[in-house]
Unconditional design. Structure first.
Length: 214
Protein backbone atom coordinates (compact mmCIF):
# COMPACT_ATOMS: atom_id res chain seq x y z
CA UNK A 1 0.00 0.00 0.00
CA UNK A 2 1.32 3.38 -0.94
CA UNK A 3 1.64 5.79 1.95
CA UNK A 4 -0.19 9.07 1.42
CA UNK A 5 1.57 12.29 2.28
CA UNK A 6 0.63 13.63 5.74
CA UNK A 7 -1.56 16.68 5.95
CA UNK A 8 0.06 19.80 7.43
CA UNK A 9 -1.79 19.43 10.74
CA UNK A 10 -0.76 15.78 10.91
CA UNK A 11 2.97 16.33 10.52
CA UNK A 12 5.27 14.52 12.93
CA UNK A 13 6.65 16.70 15.72
CA UNK A 14 10.02 18.23 15.01
CA UNK A 15 12.96 18.56 17.40
CA UNK A 16 11.88 20.05 20.68
CA UNK A 17 8.20 19.98 19.73
CA UNK A 18 5.98 17.93 22.09
CA UNK A 19 4.07 15.09 20.51
CA UNK A 20 0.31 15.52 20.19
CA UNK A 21 -1.04 13.41 23.07
CA UNK A 22 -4.56 13.37 21.62
CA UNK A 23 -3.24 11.72 18.46
CA UNK A 24 -1.17 9.32 20.54
CA UNK A 25 -4.24 8.27 22.50
CA UNK A 26 -6.24 7.88 19.28
CA UNK A 27 -3.51 5.64 17.86
CA UNK A 28 -3.45 3.50 21.01
CA UNK A 29 -7.23 3.10 21.01
CA UNK A 30 -7.26 2.18 17.33
CA UNK A 31 -4.38 -0.27 17.82
CA UNK A 32 -6.11 -2.02 20.72
CA UNK A 33 -9.31 -2.43 18.72
CA UNK A 34 -7.48 -3.84 15.70
CA UNK A 35 -5.21 -6.15 17.69
CA UNK A 36 -8.29 -7.54 19.45
CA UNK A 37 -10.22 -8.10 16.24
CA UNK A 38 -7.43 -9.14 13.86
CA UNK A 39 -4.60 -10.42 16.05
CA UNK A 40 -1.02 -9.21 16.06
CA UNK A 41 0.20 -10.60 12.74
CA UNK A 42 -2.78 -9.34 10.76
CA UNK A 43 -2.72 -5.79 12.14
CA UNK A 44 -0.71 -3.38 10.01
CA UNK A 45 0.57 0.09 10.84
CA UNK A 46 -1.37 1.33 7.79
CA UNK A 47 -4.61 -0.03 9.23
CA UNK A 48 -3.91 1.56 12.63
CA UNK A 49 -3.17 4.91 11.00
CA UNK A 50 -6.39 4.76 8.99
CA UNK A 51 -8.50 3.82 12.02
CA UNK A 52 -6.91 6.56 14.14
CA UNK A 53 -7.39 9.18 11.43
CA UNK A 54 -3.70 10.04 11.18
CA UNK A 55 -0.90 9.35 8.70
CA UNK A 56 1.35 6.32 8.96
CA UNK A 57 4.24 8.73 9.46
CA UNK A 58 2.51 10.03 12.60
CA UNK A 59 2.10 6.50 13.92
CA UNK A 60 5.82 5.84 13.42
CA UNK A 61 6.74 9.16 15.04
CA UNK A 62 5.04 8.02 18.26
CA UNK A 63 5.84 4.29 18.04
CA UNK A 64 8.89 3.05 16.20
CA UNK A 65 7.41 -0.27 15.09
CA UNK A 66 4.43 -2.58 15.55
CA UNK A 67 5.92 -4.39 18.52
CA UNK A 68 6.43 -1.10 20.33
CA UNK A 69 2.88 -0.02 19.46
CA UNK A 70 1.40 -3.26 20.79
CA UNK A 71 3.48 -3.10 23.98
CA UNK A 72 2.51 0.53 24.52
CA UNK A 73 -1.18 -0.29 24.09
CA UNK A 74 -0.98 -3.05 26.70
CA UNK A 75 1.06 -0.88 29.08
CA UNK A 76 -1.44 1.97 28.77
CA UNK A 77 -4.28 -0.38 29.66
CA UNK A 78 -2.45 -1.73 32.71
CA UNK A 79 -1.32 1.71 33.83
CA UNK A 80 -4.89 2.97 33.64
CA UNK A 81 -6.08 0.35 36.11
CA UNK A 82 -2.85 -0.29 38.05
CA UNK A 83 -0.81 2.95 38.16
CA UNK A 84 2.64 2.85 39.70
CA UNK A 85 1.41 4.74 42.78
CA UNK A 86 -0.85 1.87 43.79
CA UNK A 87 2.23 -0.24 44.55
CA UNK A 88 3.69 2.24 47.03
CA UNK A 89 3.65 1.55 50.78
CA UNK A 90 2.98 4.81 52.70
CA UNK A 91 3.83 4.75 56.39
CA UNK A 92 0.33 5.83 57.41
CA UNK A 93 -1.59 3.22 55.36
CA UNK A 94 -2.12 -0.33 56.71
CA UNK A 95 -0.64 -3.11 54.58
CA UNK A 96 -4.04 -4.78 54.31
CA UNK A 97 -5.48 -1.64 52.72
CA UNK A 98 -2.63 -1.43 50.20
CA UNK A 99 -3.15 -5.07 49.19
CA UNK A 100 -6.94 -4.62 48.98
CA UNK A 101 -6.52 -1.65 46.65
CA UNK A 102 -4.23 -3.66 44.38
CA UNK A 103 -6.49 -6.71 44.45
CA UNK A 104 -9.60 -4.66 43.62
CA UNK A 105 -7.89 -2.91 40.71
CA UNK A 106 -6.38 -6.11 39.32
CA UNK A 107 -9.68 -7.96 39.60
CA UNK A 108 -11.45 -5.16 37.74
CA UNK A 109 -8.74 -5.18 35.05
CA UNK A 110 -8.84 -8.91 34.32
CA UNK A 111 -12.66 -8.90 34.39
CA UNK A 112 -12.99 -6.13 31.82
CA UNK A 113 -14.45 -7.05 28.45
CA UNK A 114 -11.26 -5.86 26.75
CA UNK A 115 -9.01 -8.09 28.87
CA UNK A 116 -11.23 -11.12 28.42
CA UNK A 117 -11.27 -10.70 24.65
CA UNK A 118 -7.50 -10.26 24.55
CA UNK A 119 -6.87 -13.36 26.70
CA UNK A 120 -9.12 -15.46 24.50
CA UNK A 121 -7.49 -14.12 21.36
CA UNK A 122 -3.98 -14.87 22.62
CA UNK A 123 -5.00 -18.44 23.46
CA UNK A 124 -6.67 -18.90 20.08
CA UNK A 125 -3.77 -17.49 18.06
CA UNK A 126 -0.91 -18.69 20.25
CA UNK A 127 0.24 -21.48 17.95
CA UNK A 128 -0.04 -19.33 14.81
CA UNK A 129 1.43 -16.16 16.29
CA UNK A 130 3.63 -16.95 19.33
CA UNK A 131 5.02 -13.43 19.45
CA UNK A 132 1.55 -12.12 20.27
CA UNK A 133 1.52 -13.77 23.70
CA UNK A 134 5.17 -12.96 24.41
CA UNK A 135 4.75 -9.26 23.66
CA UNK A 136 1.63 -9.18 25.84
CA UNK A 137 3.41 -10.83 28.77
CA UNK A 138 6.40 -8.50 28.56
CA UNK A 139 4.26 -5.35 28.41
CA UNK A 140 1.52 -6.30 30.88
CA UNK A 141 1.83 -9.15 33.40
CA UNK A 142 5.62 -8.98 33.70
CA UNK A 143 5.54 -5.26 34.54
CA UNK A 144 2.75 -5.72 37.09
CA UNK A 145 4.63 -8.62 38.69
CA UNK A 146 7.81 -6.54 38.91
CA UNK A 147 5.93 -3.72 40.66
CA UNK A 148 4.33 -6.15 43.10
CA UNK A 149 7.67 -7.87 43.74
CA UNK A 150 9.21 -4.50 44.62
CA UNK A 151 6.36 -3.73 47.04
CA UNK A 152 6.62 -7.12 48.74
CA UNK A 153 10.39 -6.80 49.03
CA UNK A 154 9.81 -3.51 50.84
CA UNK A 155 7.19 -5.17 53.05
CA UNK A 156 9.61 -7.97 53.92
CA UNK A 157 12.45 -5.53 54.70
CA UNK A 158 10.17 -3.61 57.05
CA UNK A 159 9.29 -6.80 58.90
CA UNK A 160 5.59 -6.64 58.07
CA UNK A 161 5.54 -10.11 56.50
CA UNK A 162 7.98 -13.02 56.17
CA UNK A 163 8.58 -13.38 52.44
CA UNK A 164 11.63 -15.36 51.29
CA UNK A 165 10.87 -14.99 47.58
CA UNK A 166 9.01 -11.74 46.76
CA UNK A 167 8.59 -12.62 43.07
CA UNK A 168 7.03 -15.99 43.85
CA UNK A 169 4.81 -14.33 46.46
CA UNK A 170 3.70 -11.74 43.87
CA UNK A 171 2.78 -14.57 41.50
CA UNK A 172 0.79 -16.29 44.26
CA UNK A 173 -1.06 -13.07 45.04
CA UNK A 174 -2.24 -12.42 41.50
CA UNK A 175 -3.06 -16.08 40.88
CA UNK A 176 -5.26 -16.03 43.98
CA UNK A 177 -7.05 -12.94 42.72
CA UNK A 178 -7.64 -14.55 39.32
CA UNK A 179 -8.66 -17.89 40.81
CA UNK A 180 -11.69 -19.90 39.73
CA UNK A 181 -13.85 -16.83 38.95
CA UNK A 182 -11.50 -15.70 36.17
CA UNK A 183 -11.25 -19.26 34.79
CA UNK A 184 -15.04 -19.53 34.60
CA UNK A 185 -15.22 -16.09 33.01
CA UNK A 186 -12.71 -16.99 30.27
CA UNK A 187 -14.62 -20.19 29.54
CA UNK A 188 -17.85 -18.23 29.24
CA UNK A 189 -19.41 -20.17 32.12
CA UNK A 190 -20.01 -17.19 34.38
CA UNK A 191 -20.20 -13.38 34.25
CA UNK A 192 -17.43 -11.19 35.73
CA UNK A 193 -17.45 -10.67 39.48
CA UNK A 194 -18.92 -7.30 40.37
CA UNK A 195 -20.21 -5.50 43.44
CA UNK A 196 -20.43 -7.45 46.69
CA UNK A 197 -19.24 -10.82 45.29
CA UNK A 198 -16.10 -9.13 43.91
CA UNK A 199 -15.43 -7.38 47.21
CA UNK A 200 -15.92 -10.64 49.16
CA UNK A 201 -13.50 -12.39 46.80
CA UNK A 202 -10.66 -9.85 47.10
CA UNK A 203 -11.06 -9.62 50.87
CA UNK A 204 -10.84 -13.40 51.17
CA UNK A 205 -7.75 -13.44 48.94
CA UNK A 206 -5.96 -10.69 50.89
CA UNK A 207 -6.80 -12.34 54.21
CA UNK A 208 -5.44 -15.67 52.98
CA UNK A 209 -2.28 -14.02 51.64
CA UNK A 210 -1.60 -12.18 54.91
CA UNK A 211 -2.08 -15.35 56.96
CA UNK A 212 0.21 -17.32 54.64
CA UNK A 213 3.10 -14.87 55.03
CA UNK A 214 2.48 -13.71 58.62
Amino acid sequence: MQMSAPMPNDAPPGPGRPKDMAKRDAILQAAKALFLSLGYANTSMDAVASAAGVSKLTVYSHFNDKQNLFSSAIMATCQGQLPDLIFEMPDDVPLEQVLLNIARSFQALISSDESVKLSRLIMALGSQDPGFGQYFYEAGPKRVLADMESLLRNVQQRGLLRIDNPLRAAEHFFCLVKGAPDYRLLLGCAPPLQGEPAEDHVREVVGLFLRAYA
